[in-house]
Structures are given as structure tokens and as C-alpha cells.
Design a protein around this ligand. Structure first.
Ligand SMILES: [Zn+2]
Length: 55
């Protein structure tokens, strides 16, 4: 993965998810396209993963 490419890409549908202002570790972002939730695990470097909800 290119470290310069500091974008959040939906792991499900590969649409770019807009980073909110003041994003913090632990923030949950929702894909506008498919509703997949992505959890921010690290800001620098940017690390994120799909949030698996257990129901
Ligand atoms: Zn998506």
C-alpha cells in the first residue's frame, strides 16, 4: 500500500470515505455507498479496518 495515499477506502465497495475534521483513533466512519462501518485504528500512519458488529 502506498503510504502517500492517505485516504480511507471502503473495504467492501472501494469507495473513498471522506475523512471528518478532527478525526481520532476509535472513530467509526460509515461508507456513504454501502453502509459498511470502518473503525480508525491509527491516525499516523493511517490505519483502519472494517468494523465487525456482533449481534
Ligand atoms: Zn462501501
Amino acid at each position: 500500500m502506498n503510504p502517500q495515499d492517505n485516504k480511507i477506502i471502503c473495504p467492501d465497495c472501494e469507495v473513498e470515505i471522506t475523512k471528518p475534521q478532527g478525526m481520532e483513533v476509535g472513530d467509526i466512519l460509515e461508507c456513504q455507498e454501502c453502509g459498511t462501518e470502518v473503525e480508525i485504528q491509527s491516525i499516523e500512519p493511517l490505519v483502519y479496518g472494517e468494523l465487525i458488529e456482533e449481534k
